[in-house]
Design a protein around this ligand. Structure first.
Ligand SMILES: Cc1cc2nc3c(=O)[nH]c(=O)nc-3n(C[C@H](O)[C@H](O)[C@H](O)COP(=O)(O)OP(=O)(O)OC[C@H]3O[C@@H](n4cnc5c(N)ncnc54)[C@H](O)[C@@H]3O)c2cc1C
Length: 479
């Protein structure tokens, strides 16, 4: 079966839609419709031209970014010499974990074998890199194998740190009212966060039938992947109760100072989404630091500012920064873990050594080339750039990073520029999404529609189309 039909069949089978309706939904996406209807889904849409450049490319990490990069290099190079170092036999479509939490997908919907994406002539080392040694152009695996390279692509993603929250360990998730949609393990091929949060939705509904429940949804102070996911769970679980005319007291405790960084989206959340529920209290500047699972108390560090004395010379008030610890009782809590660059990168010379990017890969935010090692590039969440830890960003990194690395291989300067694009399909209720797309400069909608509007068609696009687009186009370097 050709890729076009495989792609279409997945939409039809998973949605229960007829092929005609699926085509209509696809009409919502000019890119996808263009690809499918013109029959171009089998052709590369890459910015990078084909190249006869030579050299050994080592890609570290076999998730979204690593597999996309590998597919693009493989099709662009006439004689590719690619080694992939990736421990995971399974590949997770992680955005689908939120739909698992909402009862729309099961685990089977979001997992495939990584081998299906890796061509036979790519050398696949099923291990992880323990040490990066960029001064000697080599990496060392957990098993002790030394692998040298001419060019290195770092695609390791990030790492969760549940243990940074005092009293919390990963095995507590799914028990005593605690959940976390993020929980997954690429190497083990598990995405328990999705299924455990769906159980959490149902347990909350049962409990809400017996009395008012206190629900807390948290967002940490570190950078996180898919910055909208904490609120997706807040609104979907709330709507799940609302469908049965039930309610609870929801608290959104976030380290941030607003609901969303894009003003148009923030406005919709403040003026339409949250008032529709009428049961959400926002606690800004609140970072979860400890949990007592037995007593069901969450402790936050609350950072805030007070106005001090007026300074006659400066003609302004002093700002006094305050921090206090706040205990909040809960019945149910959804925890988003602090996140950081994976240890192997963070502890290597490849990481930013100081500043806000400390521990993340030190790449130029436009070219994605390492700022100190010219033969090293980054793709995906590990990149220490100002915006975007999403699959959508990784998709935009793909052609830029590959095009620039090919230029370096050909002895030229990188010229492609990443604009900071990222996307968050923010689920505000069952059947409604705000498609928040933005870049380094601000809102960056791909469609000529008002930014910040909740729409059913984005829900349909996300639920039925993005997953097949991911498997059949993005992971094959076609989009
Ligand atoms: C709950 C949830 C919801 C999300 N929702 C969305 C969404 O709606 N839209 C969106 O665009 N994105 C979303 N994302 C984010 C998206 O999944 C990630 O941004 C994307 O997967 C990043 O790709 P990556 O390759 O950088 O990292 P990953 O896909 O995580 O892959 C990194 C890989 O590197 C491997 N690795 C780690 N360390 C090493 C090492 N030392 N050596 C070798 N391999 C290593 C890991 O095992 C892993 O397989 C969501 C994620 C989650 C968890």
């Amino acid at each position: 079966m050709d890729k076009k039909n495989e792609f279409m069949d997945e939409i039809v089978n998973n949605s229960g839609m007829s092929r005609r309706d699926a085509l209509k939904v696809m009409g919502l996406s000019p890119i996808a419709a263009g690809l499918l209807l013109s029959g171009a889904a089998g052709e590369a849409t890459t910015a990078e031209a084909s190249s006869s450049a030579e050299g050994k490319i080592v890609i570290v990490g076999g998730g979204s970014g690593g597999i996309m990069a590998m597919a693009r290099f493989h099709s662009a190079l006439s004689d590719p010499d690619i080694t992939l170092i990736a421990p995971n036999e399974k590949h997770l479509y992680q955005p689908g974990q939120v739909f698992m939490a909402a009862g729309e997908y099961t685990f089977e919907d979001i997992v495939k074998d990584n081998k299906d994406f890796i061509p036979d002539d790519v050398k696949w080392i099923k291990d992880e890199v323990k040490t990066f040694d960029p001064d000697n152009n080599k990496v060392i695996t957990r098993a002790g194998e030394e692998v040298s390279y001419d060019y290195l692509v770092v695609a390791t993603g990030l790492q969760y740190h549940y243990e940074w929250i005092e009293g919390l360990t990963e095995d507590m998730i799914g028990k005593n009212g605690i959940s976390s949609v993020y929980l997954n393990n690429a190497e083990a091929g598990t995405a328990d966060g999705g299924s455990l949060t769906w159980e959490w939705f149902n347990d909350l509904k049962e409990a809400a039938k017996t009395g008012k429940q206190k629900v807390i949804c948290t967002q940490p102070e570190t950078a996180i992947k898919c910055g909208g996911a904490p609120q997706k769970i807040l609104y979907l679980s709330n709507d799940f109760l609302k469908q049965d005319k039930l309610t609870a007291d929801f608290t959104f405790a976030t380290s941030s100072t607003n609901l969303f960084g894009v003003p148009e989206v923030n406005k919709t959340l403040e003026e339409e989404v949250q008032p529709r529920y009428g049961n959400i209290t926002n606690k800004f500047g609140h970072n979860l630091v400890a949990i007592d699972a037995e007593k069901k108390i969450a402790t936050f560090e609350h950072k805030y500012e007070l106005q001090g004395e007026y300074d006659e010379d400066l003609e302004e008030y002093d700002i006094i920064k305050k921090t206090e610890r706040v205990d909040m009782p809960y019945d149910f809590i959804h925890i988003v873990p602090p996140m950081a660059g994976v240890d192997a990168v963070a502890s290597s010379p490849l990481a930013w050594q100081k500043g806000t990017g400390k521990g993340w890969l030190e790449v130029d935010q436009y070219t994605l080339q390492h700022r100190r090692y010219n033969n090293v590039f980054g793709i995906g969440d590990i990149c220490g750039v100002a915006k975007g830890k999403t699959g959508g960003s990784a998709r935009h990194h793909g052609p830029i990073m590959v095009g620039n690395l090919l230029s370096v291989m050909e002895g030229k300067k990188p010229k492609e520029k990443f604009d900071g694009y990222t996307v968050c399909p923010l689920k505000t209720q069952y059947g409604k999404i705000i498609l928040a797309e933005f870049d380094y400069k601000g809102a960056a909608p791909s469609f000529p529609l008002a930014v910040g509007e909740q729409r059913w068609m984005w829900w349909a696009f996300d639920l039925y189309m993005l997953k097949p687009m991911y498997w059949y186009l993005m992971m094959r370097g076609l989009m």
